[in-house]
Design a protein around this ligand. Structure first.
Ligand code: DC
Length: 228
């Protein structure tokens, strides 16, 4: 195994199903960095709000609940575990209901402020690969490497379908294209930290390249920065 690199911060943003989590996880593994799945945190907060019957449109209510929440991302045998107040909710946060609920929840500035604070503390000493919608623009604007991952809607719908099938949810490419288009619109047009490609981010379109190629590209960029 290669020696761990300088404690750099790599931030990766992009639309849903553009390959962010697969890329970030593998880049982190190869470079000996910690993977920060910021979407999992929005999902966990949404899951708890649904369970407590909190109106997802009530920003103050969701923020109040978030403040009395303890979230942890742990790695066991190369698998991420999301602990919500000590309970493992890794699978429960991937349901279509939670996915749909993250749109209103992640649109509340009060909620984002709390999660951004947590994420910055997690990355304060560097050595992380963070991925999400605002990691290059808001959470880590001084990241050493900033990546914007993109992919065309057909490629993304196909990936999303496979992910859902692997957890036993049957769906179709058309349904997923429709849902992704709606999420793209919501993520990019919201007032609070919309998804943007910041000027200093390097765009990688993953529609027609392999996972190995996209991972290698980020690893090469990171090594260039770390060794400069
Ligand atoms: O990447 P994902 O599908 O797990 O993200 C879940 C939701 O959280 C999605 O609606 C976008 C939102 N999100 C966000 O607003 N900001 C982030 N940094 C990460 C995710």
């Amino acid at each position: 195994m290669k020696k761990p690199m300088r404690r750099i911060v790599i931030a990766i943003d992009g639309p849903a199903a553009s390959g962010k989590s697969t890329t970030a996880r593998e880049v982190a593994r190869r470079l000996g960095l910690v993977y920060l799945d910021t979407g999992a945190m929005y999902r966990a907060v949404t899951f708890k709000a649904l369970r407590e019957g909190i109106d997802l449109k009530d920003g103050d209510g969701v923020a109040e609940m978030t403040r009395r929440t303890h979230l942890e991302l742990q790695w066991v045998n190369n698998e991420q575990h999301v602990l919500l107040d000590g309970e493992d909710v890794s699978l429960a946060i991937r349901t279509p209901e939670v996915t749909a609920g993250t749109t209103p929840v992640s649109g509340h500035p009060q909620v984002r402020e709390i999660l951004v604070g947590w994420l910055r503390r997690m990355g304060a000493t560097g050595g992380v690969v963070a991925e999400g919608r605002d990691t290059t623009s808001v959470v880590f604007p001084d990241a050493d490497v900033k990546i914007f991952l993109s992919a065309d809607i057909e490629a993304r719908a196909g990936r999303r379908m496979k992910d859902l099938e692997s957890v036993g949810v049957a769906t179709s490419p058309n349904e997923q294209s429709e849902l992704l288009s709606r999420r793209d619109h919501a993520d990019s047009s919201r007032q609070a930290s919309p998804l943007v490609k910041v000027p200093d981010a390097i765009e990688i379109n993953t529609s027609h390249i392999t996972i190995e190629q996209q991972v290698q590209r980020v690893v090469d960029l990171a090594r260039e920065v770390a060794e400069a």
